[in-house]
Design a protein around this ligand. Structure first.
Ligand SMILES: [Zn+2]
Length: 383
């Protein structure tokens, strides 16, 4: 990369970090306008798409830029512009980026404005030097840090984001993520009958009923294993119930965070949980309950021999001199929603540190290398 290019990429990254895109509220339009401005002299078709976010009662903003050289496949670059709140213990202003020993420090540097800068730069370069056949799509999205409902999920559901391949630029240390666990948030509510605390036999205690459910579910074992992600897990995250110490609780609510592995079907998981509760009910006719899936991020896996993985691997090796690892991660990313729609997708991003923590940083050399990788992968896959 030339000096001018390095300078351009770095100043793009600095400007992105300076935009305060903390989610919640996640309504910042500044980062989107900045990218639209950066791309305005390219031949790309740029759209800014607002999505109403009911959680924060605000609009969130997404950018989709497209450039096609004619018929062929479509490659999507995807990155989220929202960041988590800065939190405490920073040695710097989180929104005034600084460079130290090759690292750019600031909130979002690693998660994931480093990845965005590399893909925005790569997209611009590819539009100006269109040495590929097919269509390139840049999607810079909101709301990934909460649930993507006003970001990637919204765009996919509305049919505004379509393609054959997708690369998500979350920090991966220039490695490639090919599998992720899914997230299933389950709410169980038990319904009892209130009575005076001095006469509990006149009521039905919803907390006692929930205790039986917890005991049963905590013994639940899954026979399925993933070679790299291990077994599914379950965590009881929140429990709420009762109204006062001297009243028989008429309601109790439990929130479960279940992590599923590729190959597991969401419906089967729900059926299994319901089946366990039904077993308790066979012996306890007073058990009344409701169960609801409050959110689902599906498990994800791409074949490690898929064309996109092979091309990405070869390209990273050529540009960095190091063969990238193929990683399996317990956490989710927007990659899972893209893959759910049948788009062959991977995460491939820069080297970061302290994501979501104080003094978050990204290694600038990895961002520069990443933009070269993106350019080369696009040319190779769109052939
Ligand atoms: Zn992220």
């Amino acid at each position: 990369m030339s000096e001018t290019t390095i300078h351009e990429l770095k100043s793009l990254l600095f400007s992105l970090i300076r935009c305060n895109t903390v989610n919640p509220p996640g309504n910042s339009r500044e980062a989107i306008d900045l990218i639209a401005e950066y791309l305005k002299n390219t031949p790309a078709d740029i759209k800014i798409i607002e999505a109403w976010d009911d959680k924060n009662k605000t609009y969130m903003y997404n950018l989709i830029a497209e450039y096609s050289t004619g018929s062929g496949k479509t490659l999507i670059f995807n990155g989220h512009h929202d960041v988590v709140p800065p939190g405490a213990n920073w040695s710097y202003d989180p929104f005034k980026p600084v460079e130290e020993n090759g690292w750019i420090i600031g909130r979002g540097a690693s998660d994931m404005k480093g990845g965005i800068a590399a893909m925005v730069y790569a997209f611009k370069h590819l539009c100006e030097n269109p040495d590929f056949k097919g269509k390139l799509v840049l999607s810079i999205v909101a709301d990934e840090e909460i649930d993507s409902s006003a970001g990637t999920r919204y765009l996919l559901e509305k049919g505004l984001l379509k393609g054959d391949y997708a690369i998500v630029g979350e920090s991966t240390g220039l490695n490639i993520v090919t599998a992720r666990k899914g997230v299933i948030w389950v709410k169980i509510k038990t319904l009892g009958v209130a009575a005076h605390g001095s006469k509990p036999h006149l009521g039905v205690n919803a907390i006692e009923k929930m205790a039986k459910i917890i005991e049963r579910l905590s013994k639940l074992r899954w026979s399925i294993r993933h070679p790299r992600l291990g077994k599914p897990t379950m965590n009881f995250g929140i429990i709420r119930g009762g109204t006062s110490i001297n009243t028989v609780a008429d309601e109790c609510e439990l929130l479960i965070d279940m992590r599923a592995i590729p190959g597991q079907k969401i419906e089967d998981i729900k059926k299994r949980i319901c089946g366990e509760i039904e077993k308790i009910r066979l012996k306890d006719k007073d058990l009344k309950y409701e169960i609801e899936l409050i959110d689902v991020f599906p498990p994800y896996e791409i074949d490690r021999k898929h064309k996109l993985v092979k091309i990405a691997r070869k390209t990273v090796k050529e540009i960095t001199g190091k063969t990238p690892k193929l990683l399996a991660k317990p956490g989710s990313s927007d990659v899972v929603f893209l893959a759910e729609k049948g788009i062959a997708s991977i995460d491939l991003g820069p080297t970061g540190r302290n994501a979501h923590g104080a003094n978050e940083a990204v290694n600038f050399e990895s961002v520069a290398k990443l933009s070269e990788i993106y350019i080369k992968v696009a040319k190779r896959i769109l052939k």
